[in-house]
Design a protein around this ligand. Structure first.
Ligand SMILES: C[S@@+](CC[C@H](N)C(=O)[O-])C[C@H]1O[C@@H](n2cnc3c(N)ncnc32)[C@H](O)[C@@H]1O
Length: 288
């Protein structure tokens, strides 16, 4: 794993699941060149700008957090280009990157990727059945997200587990339209992240583009879904996240997934609230 970077806030006993707290742009700068096999990034979509949406049948303002506010088209593009450049540097020559987004950010992300020299491989459409209704009735109901898949460069000989994807699609070539349900309640046992991705989506991505033992990086790790998919399939994981409460959620998900027990290695500080009926876990994160 990456050793030269500052201390992670959490590292699994087997050293295959590490979480760093802070700004991805700053932390990525310390990661060594060519050290990562695959990146999955679910960056800010910059859509928390006063719009209205429907949640659980109620009219609510779109507010995922301060990190999701747009600073304008140019500034948003500079941000996307900056982290994408760092990710390209840390990718191995044959490595690939997946980036999810919507109309709010995906064109900016795609343009930045083209400018940086990535080779775009696929634009996956993730179709969400039963999306929330469109309340103003002036647009089509938003029912999809786009996930761009790209190799580090035109020269990359990227890995694609074609046979497994075909098998998973009952013997037919898998298409770029993926119908996957939003995260189930069982994926939110330890708390809620406002933009949590379904584990099924990340498992497909991990299995399609990595091999056991590969290093997977998620610079906007959130509740750690990418890490859970990586752990489930024997890949090593590095996650970066700004918010301590989401890092803690990730640790709880990881411990539950792997049945790892809390040991003296793991620091025991104030624990966050957990869903009722669950065995309480100590909060494992201490800012070092
Ligand atoms: C779209 S969410 C990712 C959700 C994640 N895929 C999941 O399944 O839980 C983006 C995350 O990036 C974090 N974030 C935003 N800006 C960041 C930055 N500059 N560096 C690190 N994390 C950041 C936010 O706190 C948020 O949790």
């Amino acid at each position: 794993m990456v050793k030269s970077v500052g201390k992670p806030v959490f590292r699994s006993p087997s050293d295959d699941f590490s979480l760093y707290m802070g700004d991805a742009l700053k932390l990525l700068a310390d990661f060594p060149d060519g050290s990562v096999d695959m990146v999955f990034a679910d960056p800010p979509y910059f859509l928390s700008n006063g719009g209205i949406t429907c949640r659980s049948g109620r009219r609510v303002q779109v507010d995922k957090g301060g990190w999701d506010r747009s600073e304008g088209v140019e500034a948003d593009f500079r941000f996307q280009a900056a982290w994408l450049a760092q990710c390209r540097r840390v990718l191995k020559p044959n490595g690939t990157i997946w980036v999810s987004g919507t109309r709010h950010n995906i064109f900016s992300v795609g343009f930045a990727m083209q400018r940086l020299g990535y080779k775009l491989l696929n634009d996956i459409t993730w179709y969400k059945k039963n999306p929330p209704p469109n309340l103003c009735c002036r647009y089509f109901t938003h029912a999809t997200e786009t996930i761009l898949w790209a190799a580090r460069s035109e020269k990359s000989r990227h890995f694609f587990n074609y046979a497994l994807m075909k098998k998973a699609n009952l013997g037919k070539q898998m298409q770029s339209l993926w119908t996957i349900l939003p995260p189930r309640n069982s994926e939110k046992l330890f708390g809620r992240h406002p933009t949590q991705k379904p584990i099924e989506l990340l498992e497909r991505i991990v299995l399609a583009s990595t091999q056991p033992g590969d290093v997977v990086l998620d610079p906007f790790s959130g509740s750690g879904t990418t890490g859970i998919a990586a752990a489930r399939h024997g890949r090593r994981y590095i996650g970066i996240e700004l918010q301590p409460q989401y890092l803690d959620l990730s640790v709880q998900r990881y411990l539950s997934e792997t049945h790892t027990h809390v040991t003296d290695e793991v620091v025991d500080v104030e624990r966050p609230p957990v869903a009722s009926g669950l065995e309480p876990l100590p909060m494992l994160l201490t800012p070092h």
